[in-house]
Design a protein around this ligand. Structure first.
Ligand SMILES: [Zn+2]
Length: 640
């Protein structure tokens, strides 16, 4: 295949016309966001490019220089182009007295509050390298202050992963630095990263487009920020937990009122109001885009109704007394009247989305029909900050349907249809064969019916994965949809899909691995849950294995039973008739999970002691699968 044929193409005449029409439809003359994104600028690096110790670039804005011009190229939706340019703002910014933010050093912001003794760091970005660089930038322009506390606003990686870049764990264990987090933080961090982690990381390639080339025909933004940094991800468990719906604490001389917001943007999240500073931090529940009730990387569906309720409460209790509202992404909104208006519109957007989806559900509309029909009401449609750069009304409405009614639309024809490849083969055959379908689809492509062309060509690709004409036409259709998309995540998904259709998958086949700090944070329950997820049910057919586990350093015991191809466990128990009893300490278990130690070696050198039938333990571990990200998405799953 010639390199040329694999390269992204130009915008079609239809895409050009649609993108041009956006310029008339939206209030581009309203440039207050650009003023707000620059306001309080203190300083930045001459060029934002951050490397790790090995010299590998983990974060760079250099690749985004093509965004310099205000005019969008025809291959980018002008509304998204605007957001992509706003997200390019970088450096240290003063939000208000004592409050600073480092922006543009990762997809998220790091907020710094000057306390009486030192610095409170809120959300140390994704990786240690960028977090360290952000703190250095602060010290360079203000002065060096010791970090006295870290606050994790919520359980997503972009809000804690760089923590070891800003504090030393020794200072945390010695009590010199407190780490604050919302209730259930550790459980949510670890469970999201582990049980469905491999699939989510693979799917996130589509959502963020991190490995797509940057440029007018490639990745321009991720909606919430440019993209995710790719350095060292760490985690130090919190030492202070906010458990009540509202709690007030004074941290390094700063009074903070915490408001828990579980099940909104993250399962564990909290707002913060700083009464003496007249400032309100809404974590990630109010940002300058419509957020995701469901991110397309895959996740449990969030509660849009609770989301609106928390914003309403925060507005009522705190925003009325605030002069600035900000979040852990994007830029602040200043002025009491403006921020009250901003929060009312954010609140109403989530409430409208939730209630109107349910109204249509109760009128009998199906998921895709609701998604097609729902749009922002006219009064909100011209507000930049609720437009769908990250979430969209379409996929969020489908998510709300799923939250209440699940995947099934109640039409029995859809209860048990053939699986994708078998269904595609029959469909394509009924349509007169691949050649006939492709010929018709070319006609529709010329008419700009890209949604249908991508759908029809996907059927052909699932019927005949090697059909190059179908793959190319599917890629061409996805590409035009990517160029038209206002949502950065949709653009990334379409362009990444087009790239895989043209070039095939380029994903390392090595097993996906959890980070050291995540493994350390794994509860034993979750460890045994994950063993169950890895158990290969086919290989386990007919086997019964019972293993007792003893962790002397924590005084914990577990009884693990394999039976009927299912692995179950009871904590604080030993089975009477176990095949074997395994004794090991937690550090050894972590080493085995991280593959720093092999189980046979650990048994040989006595760090794992096995009484009874050691063969049975080896047999059990032989039944566990390894997961890799190398699975097909845009074509049938190949056995590897
Ligand atoms: Zn975030």
């Amino acid at each position: 295949m010639a390199a040329d044929a694999e390269s992204p193409k130009d915008a079609s005449a239809i895409t050009r016309a649609l993108n041009r029409a956006v310029l008339d439809a939206l209030p581009f003359a309203d440039t207050r966001d650009f003023d707000d994104a620059r306001r309080g600028f203190v300083g930045s690096l001459p060029e934002v490019e951050i490397k790790n110790d090995a010299g590998r670039v983990v974060w760079t804005l250099r690749d985004y220089a093509f965004l310099a011009g205000a005019e969008a190229p025809p291959t980018v939706n002008p509304s998204l182009w605007r957001q992509a340019r706003l997200n390019l703002s970088h450096g240290l910014f003063q939000v208000t007295d004592r409050i600073y933010q480092v922006r543009g050093f990762d997809i998220s912001n790091m907020t710094l509050i000057e306390g009486d003794r030192g610095l409170i760091v809120i959300d140390p970005l994704i990786s240690t390298e960028v977090a360290r660089a952000g703190l250095d930038l602060y010290a360079q322009h203000r002065k060096w202050r010791p970090v006295t506390a870290v606050i994790y606003s919520h359980s997503h990686t972009d809000h804690y992963g760089g923590v070891r870049g800003v504090v030393d764990e020794g200072d945390v264990s010695a009590g010199r630095v407190e780490i604050w987090a919302p209730d259930r933080f550790m459980q949510e961090v670890v469970s999201e990263a582990v049980l469905a982690g491999t699939a989510m990381v693979r799917r996130a390639q589509f959502q963020f487009g991190a490995t797509l080339p940057r440029g007018p025909r490639g990745q321009v933004d991720a909606g919430l920020g440019k993209v995710t940094s790719r350095g060292t991800v760490t985690l130090i468990p919190p030492t202070r937990i906010v458990r009540e719906p509202f709690e007030t604490h004074t941290i390094d001389g700063i009074e903070i009122v915490f408001q828990l917001t579980p099940e909104a943007e993250a399962p564990a999240e909290m707002h913060m109001f700083y009464p003496a500073l007249g400032a309100l931090n809404l974590a990630e529940n109010a940002t300058h885009n419509l957020h995701n009730i469901y991110p397309i990387r895959g996740a449990q569906v969030r509660d849009a109704n609770a989301w609106a309720k928390y914003l309403n409460e925060a507005r009522d209790r705190f925003a009325t007394k605030s002069e600035v509202v900000f979040a852990q992404h994007h830029w602040p909104v200043w002025g009491n009247a403006r921020l009250l208006d901003y929060l009312a519109k954010q609140r109403d957007t989530y409430k409208y989305l939730h209630d109107q989806t349910l109204r249509l559900i109760n009128h009998g509309y199906r998921s895709a029909e609701i998604a097609e029909r729902l749009a922002l009401p006219k009064g909100l449609d011209n507000e930049w900050h609720v437009r769908g750069y990250y979430g969209t009304f379409s996929h969020n409405a489908k998510a709300i349907y799923q939250r209440y009614l699940g995947w099934y639309d109640a039409n029995p024809a859809n209860l048990n249809p053939l699986p994708p490849a078998a269904r595609a083969k029959k469909t394509v055959a009924y349509m007169g064969g691949a050649e006939a379908v492709i010929a018709k689809a070319r006609g529709d492509f010329a008419k700009g019916e890209y949604r249908w062309v991508a759908d029809a060509m996907s059927q052909v690709v699932f019927a005949e994965p090697d059909n190059k004409a179908a793959r190319d036409l599917a890629a061409d259709a996805m590409e035009q949809m990517g160029y038209q998309a206002e949502s950065a995540t949709w653009r990334n998904a379409y362009l990444f899909g087009a790239q895989e259709l043209r070039r095939g998958m380029t994903v390392p086949a090595a097993p996906a691995r959890a980070g050291k700090d995540i493994v350390r944070g794994l509860s034993l329950d979750l460890f045994f849950d994950f063993l169950g997820v890895r158990l290969n049910g086919d290989k386990a057919e007919g086997k019964t294995i019972v293993v007792n586990w003893t962790f002397p350093d924590f005084g914990e015991r577990y009884a693990l039973t394999l039976q009927n191809c299912a692995l179950t466990y009871l904590a604080d128990r030993h089975a009477e008739a176990a095949d074997a009893t395994v004794t090991l300490d937690r550090a050894t278990l972590n080493g085995i999970i991280l593959r720093e130690l092999s189980l046979p070696d650990a048994m040989a050198d006595g760090t794992v002691r096995v009484e009874g039938n050691a063969q049975k333990l080896a047999e059990l571990f032989g039944l566990l699968d390894e997961f890799t990200m190398a699975f097909d998405v845009i074509e049938p799953r190949k056995a590897r």
